[in-house]
Write a protein that binds this ligand. Sequence first.
Ligand SMILES: Nc1nc2c(ncn2[C@@H]2O[C@H](COP(=O)(O)OP(=O)(O)OP(=O)(O)O)[C@@H](O)[C@H]2O)c(=O)[nH]1
Ligand SMILES: C=C(OP(=O)(O)O)C(=O)O
Length: 215
Amino acid sequence: MSQPRWAVVVPVKRLGAAKSRLRGALVGVPHEELALALAADTLRAVLACPAVAEALVVTNDARVAAAARALGARVLPDEPDAGLNAAFRHGAAAVPAGWVAGITADLPALRPAELAGALLAAQNGRTGVRRFVPDAPGGGTVLLAAPPGVDLDPRFGVGSAAAHAASGALALTGDWPSLRRDVDTAADLADAAALGLGSRTAALVEVVRPARAAG
Ligand SMILES: Nc1nc2c(ncn2[C@@H]2O[C@H](COP(=O)(O)OP(=O)(O)OP(=O)(O)O)[C@@H](O)[C@H]2O)c(=O)[nH]1
Ligand SMILES: C=C(OP(=O)(O)O)C(=O)O
């Protein structure tokens, strides 16, 4: 039997408002470029994952939409424009019945094989149950997955790992450092760089590094 293939929802905020805790992390790099690079590297890895059939980017940002289409994703407007969980719900509602996951677009070190491992783990064990992958610190969530016929029911935000567990989702705790490494701060970006960044984010970090060395 062939493995099920996943639809993955990837919400991306308007670049000017996204990743505000990261603003100024790369001196001399416009914030929107950095926010776009994080999303593009995440999306590229999602689309390179053999377990993924389709990626749906939910965004109201024209640059993100263009980059997402160029990478091969489907783009939906951010409706009803009511925050991250509403964006996940909107994306999940647009996919055909099947395996659906939501992933945050701030995983610039993401490796397709680690995502495949997590999605495979989500397919195994108890049936009919949502699964989530906590972020590296443990309090947040990077991935939420639902089997066919089960509502994604996203509870992202502060304390989302506990919120997902309280809503009946089971935590997946495999060894997936690149999946769990979400980037909210400059320190997170350094940790992601140590894991190995996607090419777009790496190029921006490289712009800054020689400037630092020269200064
Ligand atoms: N479409 C959409 N995506 C969102 C929204 N809010 C957050 N996201 C995305 O969700 C992911 C994780 O979000 P956060 O880390 O909470 O991101 P953020 O709000 O951009 O960051 P901070 O301003 O630092 O809190 C990122 O990929 C964001 O682009 C939203 O209202 N709509
Ligand atoms: C939205 C979340 O992520 P972040 O830590 O990136 O704000 C979350 O963990 O649910």
